[in-house]
Design a protein around this ligand. Sequence first.
Ligand code: CMC
Length: 429
Amino acid sequence: MTGTSADVSIGGKTIELPTRSGTIGPDVIDIGTLYKNTGAFTYDPGFTSTASCESKITYIDGDEGVLLHRGYPIEQLAEHGDFLEVCYLLLYGELPTKSQKDDFDYRVTHHTMVHEQMSKFFTGFRRDAHPMAVMCGVVGALSAFYHDSTDITDPHQRMVASLRMIAKMPTIAAMAYKYHIGQPFVYPKNDLDYASNFLRMCFAVPCEDYVVNPVLSRAMDRIFILHADHEQNASTSTVRLAGSSGANPFACIAAGIACLWGPAHGGANEAALNMLAEIGSVERIPEYVAKAKDKNDPFRLMGFGHRVYKNYDPRARIMQKTTHEVLGELGIKDDPMLEVAMELERIALTDEYFIEKKLYPNIDFYSGITLKALGFPTTMFTVLFALARTVGWIAQWNEMIEDPEQRIGRPRQLYIGAPKRDYLPVSKR
Ligand code: CMC
């Protein structure tokens, strides 16, 4: 790379490719003309060196452990903001004024109910269905209910669809939970804030009043903030790719939910808690650390490592603090899982294998313990991640639609299958 361009030589031919600089972060080599001029593709499975788009939403410096939304550090947003303020920031690019915030809160709050017919949808699922399976189906089905917000060429319809999804996701997530445990659905209550409303929809029952504990609702809100967006991760890239074909917004978010479910992505919080339960006691940690280091054993320490962070995940630090606040508020003094988690973290951070590979705890390491203490079963953990990440997906989807360079996403491949050959009738094979 020579400042503003990069030379590539293939088969004796050299071509000059332009580079582009962002506001911060590495430059990119624009390879858009490479195939036309050389007949070669680039090869980058897992996209470790490939920027798939321009974006103004989120910036991560994985080496330094920095996460910024629209320029604001996650630590400041989590400490001083609330989730709907972060939603506004991600969607519109600036922090809202007081009147903008009041108006946004009002608009989101008044979209929290779902079409009554949707409740019938839930009863089609088995009670023991994983709530993420239910989420994939029900969120995809929103496009069958809200026809007036599926025209993606109309900015107004796009914004209505966006607000609807931010507003309805807690209601749908709570319904998935209630259906799972066999309790009646609880309707949203619009004089509550976003997180309190969600906790009430999950934990209230018709026969008893439910008073939301402000410490727990603040913790829930902070968990939502920490999961709100994370630039071009697997599920966000899925949403962008699905959206690039012109698919409706609800279908794109359902695709994102499906991708998030995997244990290498959003499913890791569930997997991390299951792992801590399996380890069970501090004495057994060395056995599991040895398994994680064994090349012949597929076991990995869940909640450790990250494709981008090669330093402590800044969200994990805030999450760890929130975990202690929640356990303190609930009077849980000697939580065996927290004990295992803290000792595991200590050992891993001093172990040569983890140091050399730069494997630090990620957000999922502590979020499971907090969510369990809040009363959620492990099967709901990834659902809560999906709820919070919806705004990130939507902001990125909107940005993509408005991008004049946007085209349908269509990666190429290195074909390694059989070359052309002739069909043989079955009698001759
Ligand atoms: N435990 C033990 N070894 C690990 C771990 C782990 N958790 N993660 C990575 N490694 C090793 C891996 O075996 C490899 O070793 P080697 O170079 O000797 O083959 C090396 O570290 C690099 O791993 P990788 O799989 O090439 O890295 P990746 O960037 O493709 O994967 C990851 C990133 C997050 C999928 C992976 O670290 C992992 O599976 N972690 C556990 C699951 C997890 O916690 N996921 C949540 C991610 S944060 C929330 C989210 O984004 O959804």
